[in-house]
Write a protein that binds this ligand. Structure first.
Ligand code: B12
Ligand code: SF4
Length: 499
């Protein structure tokens, strides 16, 4: 393996590789999905720039770049380093890019990191010779240390959180250092994003007016819901100070004209003191921005919700998952349907939209739990919903339960929440797909919901264009399914089942 970093070449190209964000049969969904950039790469780029490197960023999916096009861009520049962010779904695409780069620019060192590495780092480095080094967990500190060691030709055994091959042996250096004080990190390098903010549109109807940007105001989550991969940030929660969060909002507003912020951290509402301070800062400043966040149902209370609404909070996403208490228990969600119902009602009463994040097909799902979920969805005053097809992501506790410690040929390239790569006993993939469509159609067909979306469309007509494309695509997919004898089902079972 090449350990020689070219002495005067400080160029590092970060890549968010192409990945499949839809399922076969569901291609029309791409018109309405979330096109947020990788915030992780923005943080890393800012950090290495402070240490004298020259970073740039390639966002493959957002610009419809193929594997060949991404590799070509890199080969033309022959950077000293490439840094690729890996979600499980993107690993194969990333490996193809790396292989091509190795052919066209053999001296370029390829480093990978991201959620997939935090859970499957050793296996990935063993399996893919194309990747030279992997960084385990939060990348800012480790990446800089790794680059410094590579440049100096020093041993990597002293750098914590690094995975690499030596001959046929894979080393995993001990430690997974975390950034304890987030305020010390430089501001994400939004200036390096091509066509920012115009090209980065979140999911349809997820914001009142663009342009939009994302911020992670905290890192870490102390819960261990069985379907969730928390391996990157671990269970120690760390927050930016409200002052720093407000500084980022103001910067995005003043420099890029951002009008809506999406807070993407897992537990934005975990600290009421911090949220209250941030809201008061927003109100005192008079800045005109809306924002949305995600929250657990047990972290909301009427008083703080009212303050949040005044300070521009437009939507809260709750991981509601299911209408079955039994299933919530099996998920280790530490939540109850009744509490979820109350949280959604309080949020609606405060004048904030609620987005319910649901999951279909978790182990233990059956016809009864699906009926309970449908009933729950009918009862609650929710404005928008997402339904994920249960996927056992590596790094989630359920992955180990289903597959043990051994890695199976488990269709990483389909792990995007849009494919049923696993189905519970007694429910076929076809049945799950039928239920998937039924749940979504029943929700979005309600007149109250339709009216709400009409209003939103008038506020921001770009939504309408996306909706029209989605609708035409859906009708086309349905027609194709009937014509090919699949009776309206959009997936084919052999496309999705595990070997
Ligand atoms: C916002 C978000 C999105 C956004 C933006 C995605 C993106 N590219 O960043 C959108 C909506 C597009 C999205 C889509 C998906 N997401 Co998402 N997403 C998140 C969320 C909520 C926050 C991510 C974030 O910005 N974190 C903050 C930044 C700073 O962290 P970071 O990106 O992880 O980067 C740090 C480290 O990972 C590391 N690092 C990352 N890349 C690299 C590269 C190098 C070279 C190095 C050295 C280090 C390094 O250093 C960074 C700085 O510390 C996370 C949950 C979470 N808590 O992280 C889920 C999460 C990452 N998503 C997940 C999934 C499954 C998906 C989807 C596959 C489908 C889905 N169900 O949504 C798609 C695939 C998208 C893709 N390939 O880009 C899973 C990933 C599991 C896995 N093993 O793959 C997570 C962990 C949710 C979960 N708990 O299960 N997502
Ligand atoms: S689902 Fe939410 S609460 Fe549960 S572990 Fe994941 S981030 Fe934490």
């Amino acid at each position: 393996m090449n350990q020689r970093a070219f002495k005067n070449n400080c160029e590092i190209i970060f890549i968010n590789p192409p990945y499949e964000n839809i399922a076969p049969g569901y291609e029309f969904v791409k018109h309405i999905t979330n096109n947020a950039p990788s915030l992780g790469l923005l943080h890393l780029a800012a950090e290495v720039r402070e240490h004298g490197y020259q970073p740039s960023i390639i966002e493959s999916n957002i610009f419809n770049l193929t594997i060949e096009q991404v590799a070509e861009r890199v080969i033309n520049k022959k950077p000293a380093y490439v840094g690729i962010t890996l979600f499980t779904v993107g690993v194969w695409g990333a490996a193809s890019i790396a292989r091509k780069i190795k052919q066209g620019s053999p001296d370029t060192i390829i480093i990978v990191g991201g959620p997939h590495i935090a859970s499957m780092g050793k296996e990935t480095i063993k399996r893919f010779n194309e990747f030279d080094y992997a960084v385990n967990g939060e990348g800012e500190k480790i990446l800089v240390e790794l680059l410094t060691a590579l440049k100096a030709g020093a041993t990597l055994m002293q750098v914590p959180g690094v995975i690499f091959r030596e001959h046929s042996f894979v080393h995993v250096t001990p430690g997974k250092p975390i950034n304890r004080v987030l305020d010390e990190l430089p501001m994400p390098a939004w200036d390096l994003l091509p066509d920012f903010p115009g090209a980065y549109k979140p999911a349809i109807y997820d914001f009142p007016r663009g342009p939009v940007a994302t911020i992670a105001a905290s890192r870490g989550c102390p819960f261990h819901c069985k379907f969730c991969d928390t391996s990157t940030f671990g269970d120690r929660v760390r927050h930016y100070s409200p002052v720093k969060v407000f500084e980022m909002m103001q910067h995005l507003h003043d420099v890029y004209g951002i009008r809506h912020i999406m807070f993407v951290d897992d537990l934005f509402l975990a600290s009421k003191v911090r949220v209250t301070e941030l809201c008061n800062m927003i109100l005192d400043s008079g800045i005109k921005m809306t924002w949305s966040c995600t929250a657990r149902v047990d972290t909301v209370k009427p008083g703080v919700l009212e303050l949040m609404e005044k300070a521009g909070c437009w939507e809260i996403s709750f991981g509601l998952e299911t209408g079955s208490n039994l299933l919530l228990k099996k998920m280790d969600k530490v939540a109850e349907v009744e509490k979820s119902e109350q949280a959604v009602s309080w949020t609606a009463e405060a004048g904030i939209r609620t987005k319910g994040l649901f999951m279909l097909g978790f182990p233990g799902e059956d016809k009864d739990t699906i009926a309970q979920t449908k009933d729950f969805i009918r009862r609650i005053p929710m404005t928008i919903m997402n339904l994920t097809k249960f996927t056992p992501y590596p790094g989630s506790p359920i992955y180990r339960e289903l597959y043990g410690a051994n890695i199976k040929e488990d269709h990483w390239e389909k792990m995007n929440g849009m494919n049923f790569v696993w189905s519970p006993e007694g429910l076929s993939v076809e049945e799950l797909d039928r239920q998937y469509q039924e749940i979504l159609v029943a929700f979005y067909r309600r007149p109250k919901i339709g009216l709400h979306y009409m209003k939103l469309t008038f506020m921001y007509p770009n939504h309408f264009v996306r909706l029209l494309r989605f609708g035409l695509g859906y009708l086309n997919a349905k027609a194709k399914s009937f014509l090919s004898g699949r009776k309206g089902l959009l997936v084919k079972s052999h496309d999705t089942s595990l070997d």
